[in-house]
Design a protein around this ligand. Structure first.
Ligand code: GTP
Length: 410
């Protein structure tokens, strides 16, 4: 998977939570700001009402008694309040008293209060115009809004930090651990356990389920690989056995179980090479059943086969196990290879073979077949090739046949 586009899930979640929380904090700040603004204004209004209700009666008395100085002081007393920026008293007689910052007159709407006569009967004695002190209002408003905004901001930061910490610990680290584990998985490390080092919890969650799924999958794959290994081992064993069988079939004669000519061609050259190199003796015997055709003619081909098997068995029984070897050269003719054997010893062996073959063969059906064999012996001569050696042994066989059969020549 491409890593360029990779962004940890916990980071995405934290980002979104921070954005949403900030938006919520801003929204709440605005709402809270509006409410605070209204509270501050109400507070101002109450203060104004308070000032007016405590000062209007005294102004009324002052105007009624025409105490100009007292009226002026009263107007100044009103303006001395921090909430009031400017006050102007228009008396019905035309007199004007004012105090405070006259510029505020144009800056904002004025609050107008009628001054009733002391007995509350008759026309108002004048009008009191009041302009509030905007700096104080703004200051109060700003402080309140700032407090609200900073409060929400700190709360948002705190909550986001906690959420980020929890998400990192509970989600990001285990997920990262699983991702690393999955990317490192290889056939050689299939049994390595997934360790997430999570704090102990009373219940399981999705991450535990995925980790458990990993373990189950690993075990299943491991079992599957083991089964495959066993199958491969078993198939290899069967294949080896089949190859061995095929090899045996390819080098054995089906009727007698002796080696065949293919094996002779393959193995005799190396026997000669070894004899040549180490200057060791080696002899070859050609053995051919005498008058075998009449055996077939008289007892039948299957009986002939039986006799051939008996001859092969008799030859093998007279030889050294795992040293000498017998080849069915064709028909009723056998070649016996005698490593580490000189001509004299080979002649002795051949004579033993002849004697073993010439005892009568009792067939499975009880009939008796009398058989003999002629044998020609040749001992390896230094520098000689396979063909020459076989030819010389064959010649000796021919001589044995010519000499009257049932004999050994060499
Ligand atoms: N039953 C059987 N007979 C075989 C087999 N191979 C060859 N023969 C027979 O062996 C006989 C060989 O005959 P010949 O070559 O004339 O030789 P022979 O009768 O043994 O006479 P000499 O070798 O001259 O003593 C033939 O009749 C073949 O049919 C075989 O596998 N089974």
């Amino acid at each position: 998977m491409k890593t360029a586009n990779y962004r940890p899930l916990a980071h995405v979640l934290i980002r979104r939570i921070v954005l949403l929380a900030t938006a919520c904090a801003l929204l709440l700040s605005v709402v809270q700001g509006v409410l605070t603004y209204r509270q501050v204004q109400q507070r101002f209004e109450a203060t104004l009402q308070d000032i007016v209700s405590s000062n209007l009666p005294m102004l009324s008395v002052g105007i009624w008694d025409i105490e100009t100085e007292a009226v002026r002081r009263q107007v100044e007393t009103i303006v001395a309040k921090p909430e009031i920026g400017y006050a102007r008293l228009n008396v019905a007689t035309g007199q004007v008293f004012e105090a405070g910052d006259a510029a505020l007159l144009r800056a904002q709407p004025l609050r107008r209060f009628e001054i009733p006569p002391p007995n509350n009967r008759g026309e108002p004695l004048g009008t009191l115009l009041i302009a509030v002190q905007p700096a104080l209002l703004y200051q109060a408003l700003t402080q309140a809004l700032l407090a609200v905004f900073i409060g929400y901001l700190l709360l948002t930061l705190l909550i986001c930090s906690l959420v980020a910490y929890v998400l990192r610990r509970e989600v990001e680290r285990p997920l990262r651990g699983m991702a690393d584990f999955a990317s490192r998985l290889a056939p050689s490390s299939l049994t390595a356990p997934l360790q997430l080092s999570r704090p102990a919890r009373p219940h399981h969650d999705e991450i535990d389920l995925v980790a458990h799924g990993f373990a189950t999958l690993q075990a299943a794959i491991s079992r599957h690989i083991d089964t495959l290994d066993q199958q491969v081992e078993e198939r290899t064993r069967q294949l080896d056995a089949a190859l061995s069988d095929i090899r045996e079939l390819s080098i054995r004669d089906g009727l007698t179980g002796c080696y065949n000519r293919a094996l002779l061609s393959e193995r005799l050259p190396s026997e000669l090479e070894r004899a040549q190199r180490y200057r060791r003796p080696l002899a070859v015997v050609f053995c051919d059943a005498d008058h075998f055709k009449p055996v077939n003619d008289r007892f039948g081909h299957l009986a002939g086969d039986e006799v051939l098997r008996a001859i092969a068995q008799r030859i093998s029984s007279q030889l050294r196990q795992d040293i000498d070897w017998v080849v069915r050269f064709g028909g009723e003719e056998f070649v016996i290879v005698l490593p580490e054997t000189d001509l004299a010893a080979a002649l002795v062996t051949a004579e033993r073979l002849r004697a073993a073959i010439s005892t009568s063969v009792i067939l499975a059906d009880g009939r008796t077949v009398q058989i003999t064999a002629s044998l020609g012996v040749a001992a390896f001569q230094s520098g000689e090739d396979v063909e020459s050696l076989l030819n010389r042994a064959d010649t000796q066989l021919y001589l044995a046949k010519q000499g009257g059969r049932n004999r050994v020549m060499g």
